[in-house]
Write a protein that binds this ligand. Structure first.
Ligand SMILES: [Zn+2]
Ligand SMILES: [Zn+2]
Length: 250
């Protein structure tokens, strides 16, 4: 995603609940999987990356099936990809199995064999990171730089927008810290905003806890005290506060 379109998106995303950079990450992942299903299921380079990583991470494995269902209500691409991954992984695991009996003793040879599996060429024990995570992280990083740039140079427009939003989650706040030299005012601003929110949440959560004690049970709980934990967990997870409530299926 280009820098400019990321900034354009951010203006909209700041008006929605949850961390805006997490949303860019999720969208980039969704787009990756969409184009995978449109045109890359049989693309040799995509397949090679997929196999070398031993498939995608758990969340993006599920996304592969879900996106195809949303697009075609069918799982042909998923079948093609995972049949090929299964063949590949099966071959690697069979190779491990073949070596196991001979390697039970002496132990040193087993360790050496397993260590060899971890080298980039063989890869199985420690494959490269999930390619969808890698792509989505780079989009998220661009978007974050765009947001900080806007907060740094158009503070009058962007600071009020940011203040109204749920703000950056912890993961993306930490990423922002790595850009503090380039965007000193913006990083100071997002940190101050977060500290003020944490103070308010700590106070409200403290009251929530106190009012659960038997002797204070009749004290009414304010709406802020009832909601503080949701906003707090939203910061730690990047989810929208309302996504943290359990909904019974059906
Ligand atoms: Zn985030
Ligand atoms: Zn992933």
């Amino acid at each position: 995603m280009s820098f400019l379109s990321a900034v354009f998106d951010l203006k909209t995303l700041l008006n929605q609940p949850g961390c805006p950079v997490c949303k860019i990450y999720d969208r980039a992942a969704w787009r990756y999987v969409e184009s995978l299903h449109w045109e890359n299921i049989n693309d040799p380079a995509t397949r090679q990356t997929f196999l070398a990583a031993w498939g995608y991470c758990p969340a993006h494995t599920r996304l592969v099936a879900q996106v195809e269902q949303a697009m075609f209500n069918d799982w042909l691409g998923t079948n093609i990809l995972y049949e090929s991954l299964s063949l590949y992984v099966r071959q690697e695991l069979a190779r491990v199995l073949e070596h196991l009996p001979r390697l039970e003793r002496p132990r040193g040879r087993l360790v050496r064999f397993l260590r060899r599996l971890r080298t980039p060429r063989r890869s199985p024990a420690s494959p490269p990171a999930c390619p969808i995570c890698t792509t989505a992280e780079s989009s998220a990083r661009n978007a974050l730089a765009g947001l900080l740039e806007a907060l740094e140079h158009q503070a009058e427009d962007w600071q009020p927008l940011y203040r109204e939003s749920d703000g950056l989650c912890l993961r993306h706040l930490r990423l922002a810290l790595t850009l503090a030299e380039t965007y000193p005012q913006a990083v100071r601003f997002v940190l101050q905003t977060r500290l003020a929110r944490l103070d308010a949440q700590i106070a409200a959560m403290g009251e929530y806890i106190r009012k659960h004690a038997w002797e204070y049970r009749n004290e009414p709980m304010s709406e802020a005290e009832q909601r503080a934990w949701q906003e707090n967990l939203a910061f730690f997870s990047g989810y929208a506060p309302s996504d943290l409530l359990h909904r019974k299926p059906g």
